[in-house]
Design a protein around this ligand. Structure first.
Ligand SMILES: NC(=O)c1ccc[n+]([C@@H]2O[C@H](COP(=O)([O-])OP(=O)(O)OC[C@H]3O[C@@H](n4cnc5c(N)ncnc54)[C@H](OP(=O)(O)O)[C@@H]3O)[C@@H](O)[C@H]2O)c1
Length: 240
C-alpha cells in the first residue's frame, strides 16, 4: 500500500510515521509537509530508506508537478494538516480557513485525480475533532464556552466537504472523518477539558493505519471507536 501522510511533521503524524514504517502492509510512505519529515528514532534504517519519501511543498492549494508526481497512484491518505485550537490565536482567520479546510479539499481532489482507474477506491482520512459540529443546530455548549463556535463550524464544514467528495466519486473514493478528543502523549501530563474524552497517541495512530489498511468501519469514527480499533490493532501486533 502507498500511503500519503499529510502534515508529516506534526504530533500525530510523527507517531503515524513510526508505526507505518514498522507495518509490512504499508510498502511506500509519502510524508508530505511544509518542512521535511524527521525519521523516527526507533525506525529501522532499511525500512526508512526503502519505504519513506519526505516531500516538502510550499503551496498546498496548487501542487507543483514535482509534488504531483510523488502523490500519484496512492492507495490512501491520512490528512493531519490544520490549525489546532491552541495555535488559533497566532493565525489570521482567513489563513485558518485556508489551512484547515481548503488544503484538505485540494488534497483529496488532487490525490484522487492522480490515480489511474482501478478497482480499489482511494481511502482518505480527514482528522477533525470531537467538538466539530456539521450544523449550527449541533453546536455543543463547550464550543460556546471557549469562544470556538466559528472554528468548530469550520472543521465541521470541512468534514461535510470531504464526505461529499467521496459521495460524488461514484465509488472511486472512500472518505472517513475521525473525531478524537484530547490525544495524550506517552508519559506526558494529561490536560483536562470538561466533556472531552481522551485517547493515547499510539492508539489513535494504530486506529488510523488499521482503517486505511482494512477499510473504513463507517464514515465517521468517534473517540470511543478510535480507542477500540487502535487497542485491537496494537494487541494484534504484539501477538505478532
Ligand atoms: N493533538 C490533539 O490532542 C488533537 C485532538 C483532536 C484533534 N486533533 C486534530 O488532529 C490533527 C493533527 O493534530 P496534531 O496535534 O498532530 O497537530 P500539529 O502537531 O499542530 O500538526 C499539524 C501539522 O499541520 C502542519 N501545518 C500547520 N500549518 C500549516 C501550514 N500553514 N502549511 C502547511 N502545513 C501546516 C504542521 O506543520 P509544521 O510542523 O511545519 O508546523 C504539522 O505538520 C489536527 O487536525 C488536529 O486538529 C488533534
Amino acid at each position: 500500500m502507498k500511503l500519503i501522510i499529510g502534515g508529516s511533521t506534526g504530533f500525530v503524524a510523527t507517531e503515524l510515521l513510526s508505526q507505518a514504517l514498522k507495518n509490512p502492509a504499508i510498502t511506500s510512505i509519502i510524508a508530505l509537509g511544509r518542512r521535511g519529515a524527521t525519521v523516527p528514532a526507533d525506525a529501522n534504517s532499511n525500512a526508512a530508506k526503502t519505504k519513506l519519501r519526505s516531500i516538502t511543498c510550499e503551496n498546498f492549494e496548487e501542487y507543483p508537478d514535482s509534488v504531483k508526481s510523488e502523490l500519484a497512484n496512492a492507495d490512501a491518505c491520512i490528512w493531519t494538516i490544520a490549525v489546532t485550537p491552541m495555535k488559533l490565536s497566532t493565525v489570521p482567520w482567513e489563513e485558518t480557513c485556508k489551512i484547515s479546510r481548503d488544503y484538505a479539499t485540494t488534497a483529496i481532489k488532487t490525490i484522487h485525480t492522480l490515480r489511474p482507474p482501478q478497482e480499489k477506491p482511494l481511502r482518505f482520512i480527514y482528522m477533525s475533532g470531537h467538538f466539530a459540529p456539521r450544523s449550527r443546530a449541533e453546536i455543543p455548549p463547550a464550543l460556546q464556552n471557549h469562544g470556538l463556535v466559528d472554528y468548530g463550524l469550520l472543521r465541521g464544514e470541512t468534514e461535510t466537504l470531504i464526505l461529499d467528495y467521496a459521495e460524488q466519486s461514484q465509488g472511486t473514493v472512500q472518505s472517513c472523518i475521525v473525531k478524537p478528543g484530547l490525544i495524550d502523549a506517552p508519559g506526558a501530563e494529561k490536560r483536562e477539558i470538561p466533556g472531552l474524552p481522551h485517547i493515547d497517541l499510539p492508539d489513535i495512530a494504530a486506529a488510523l493505519l488499521d482503517q486505511v489498511i482494512r477499510g473504513f468501519e463507517k464514515d465517521t469514527l468517534s473517540n470511543d471507536d478510535l480507542v477500540r480499533i487502535g487497542q485491537r490493532a496494537l494487541a494484534g501486533y504484539s501477538k505478532g
